[in-house]
Design a protein around this ligand. Structure first.
Ligand SMILES: Cc1cc2nc3c(=O)[nH]c(=O)nc-3n(C[C@H](O)[C@H](O)[C@H](O)COP(=O)(O)OP(=O)(O)OC[C@H]3O[C@@H](n4cnc5c(N)ncnc54)[C@H](O)[C@@H]3O)c2cc1C
Length: 505
């Protein structure tokens, strides 16, 4: 039964002006045009988390919907290109692999490319997987360019990029965009969230006494979940038994070392460290589990692994991995950190903001709140979170490190049944499936499972239908073409200098 409550939505109130708040404001002001009043409340005094600088390729879809000029966006946010993530010391100490965006190899005959590669690789007749990925080989050479769409037959047309950007500048850029499209910004600290008799949020009340009323509230207030949790007591699913990291210290530093077109995630004894190169600085952070290392030790580890001089004092952030029991509850949709946090290993939080915006638009409650819509929205968001959660757990579970209590705990932990099943399927015959509309494709699962040493016992039997000589020629041909393509690509630094260099800061 479709039960509707409340009258049609006329006014949308966004609480919070971090990445989530301004991404929502910009997208809704663009897509909904001027059909609704949109007001955003934020507090400069409280500020934002100020991290969250690596993205995945779907961000380009968001930018396209907003009709942003990509070069302008890069200049305004001091952005660089990202072709993948390098994982250092995850399988064993001293090992490294890249999870690259885009395809690997080429479709051949009847089964997946990687099955042919797997047969030959198990026999020691072809090089590692990365030689069949233009993104990964470009990362290795610090080369970068956008896809050459005018060369459809070349691997250069298959390059897939995302960005690293300065989160503060991104929010500023989107604020300008949103205000131009009529979004009203109100500065002030919210001190009270009164509810109506039916349990819906009626208004937010600022320290000054100002009341901001609305029909639909979007909670982008960060970890505190001002509306979704503090006012509506929605509840939180704690996933720390699988994702045990619960703190991060973050610090920007000067440039030094390589100007990489990829994020680096280096595993330390009790967590891992990110390195995100921007045009004006490098973003760094050490994500760790406080059961295994003190905050001071974590900060010291971070500072001893920087490429350049730190530009600030390290900043401590605390979190619990997991998600809100309902992302949408009553007339409140939570977005960003207010809806949950899975830790930043695969740069999925900004993507989850984008997904939540997309689903909110799909189920937009213009005629009032229909419980069927809300339930479906919540079910779809649950599926998104769970599939990303499993993919991130995979990185921890597949470690073979024995040198610290943290990594032994990760290696020995029980993982969700959904993940156990996937690992077993791969281990037996190298089989990988995409479940529903999940974010990470089989190519992503393959790169991480292979990169961290999970070795299939065999490959798909259909591969044996083809003569080994033909497979060898096919694979050698792809690796050669990719190598030649990478040779002619510009370096990451040159490509930015030619197309989208930002002002020096
Ligand atoms: C350590 C770490 C690393 C991360 N790295 C990545 C990454 O590489 N890639 C990625 O995609 N994501 C990453 N994320 C996630 C990313 O930072 C967030 O998804 C993103 O910044 C969104 O934050 P937010 O807008 O939800 O919250 P916040 O930035 O915390 O913003 C909250 C807003 O609410 C306002 N507010 C709060 N309380 C009140 C009040 N009482 N009155 C008025 N206003 C109020 C604040 O002023 C602020 O404007 C990372 C997160 C962490 C913690």
């Amino acid at each position: 039964m479709d039960s509707r409550t409340h009258s049609p939505v006329r006014k949308i109130v966004i609480v919070g002006g971090g990445t989530a708040g301004w991404m929502t404001a910009a997208a809704l002001s663009k897509v909904l045009q001027n059909r609704f009043v949109i007001q955003l409340v934020e507090s400069d005094e409280i500020g934002t988390v100020g991290v969250g600088e690596a993205t995945i390729p779907m961000i380009r879809l968001y930018n396209q919907i907003l009709e942003l000029d990509e070069d302008e966006f890069i200049r305004e946010t001091q952005a660089t290109f990202k072709l993948g993530i390098e994982f250092v010391n995850w399988g064993h100490l001293g090992e490294r692999y890249i999870h690259g965006f885009g395809v690997i190899g080429q479709q051949l005959w009847t089964t997946d490319f990687y099955q042919y590669w797997l047969k030959m690789w198990l026999a020691g007749k072809v090089p590692d997987l990365e030689h069949f990925s233009i993104n990964r080989m470009a990362c290795r050479a610090n080369k970068c360019m956008r896809a050459a769409t005018d060369m459809p037959k070349s691997p250069l047309s298959e390059i897939v990029h995302a960005f690293h950007f300065d989160a503060g500048l991104f929010a500023k850029y989107l604020r300008k965009y949103s205000e131009k499209r009529g979004v009203i910004r109100t500065e002030g600290r919210i001190v009270n969230v009164p509810l109506r008799g039916d349990g819906q949020v009626e208004a937010v009340v600022l320290e000054t006494g100002e009341r901001v009323e609305g029909d639909l509230f979007i909670d982008c207030s960060g970890f505190r979940g001002l509306l979704i949790e503090q006012a509506l007591h929605t509840g939180y699913e704690d996933w720390s038994q699988w994702l045990p990291v619960n703190r991060a210290v973050a610090v920007p530093c000067d440039h030094g070392g390589e100007f990489t077109p990829y994020t680096r995630a280096t595993a330390h004894a009790s967590g891992w460290q990110w390195r995100i190169p921007l045009q004006h600085r490098i973003g760094n952070g050490h994500v760790y589990c406080s059961d295994f290392i003190s905050d001071d030790e974590a900060a010291a580890t971070l500072l001893s692994h920087l490429d350049g001089q730190p530009r600030a004092e390290p900043r401590l952030l605390k979190f619990v991995t997991g998600k809100r029991r309902k992302v949408w509850n009553q007339n409140v949709v939570s977005m960003g950190l207010a809806s949950g946090f899975l830790e930043p290993l695969e740069s999925t939080s900004i993507h989850l903001i984008q997904t939540t915006i997309d689903k909110l638009i799909t189920f937009f409650p213009d005629q009032g709140f229909a419980q069927n819509d809300i339930d479906e929205f919540n079910a779809q968001m649950d599926a998104e979170f769970v599939s990303i959660r499993d993919f991130i757990i995979l990185h921890y579970k597949l470690t073979q490190r024995d040198d610290s209590a943290f990594w032994r705990r990760c290696r020995d932990m029980e993982v969700p049944e959904s993940l156990t099943r996937r690992m077993a399927l791969y281990k037996q015959h190298g089989r990988i499936f995409r479940e529903g509309a999940e974010l990470f494709t089989p190519v992503s699962w393959l790169q991480v499972m292979h990169g961290q040493g999970l070795k299939p016992e065999s490959y798909h039997p259909l591969v044996d239908v083809y003569p080994e000589k033909d497979i060898q020629e096919f694979l050698d041909g792809i690796a050669t073409v990719i190598r030649k393509c990478v040779e002619v690509m510009p370096t990451h630094a040159d490509y930015i200098a030619q197309h989208c260099a930002a002002q020096k800061m």
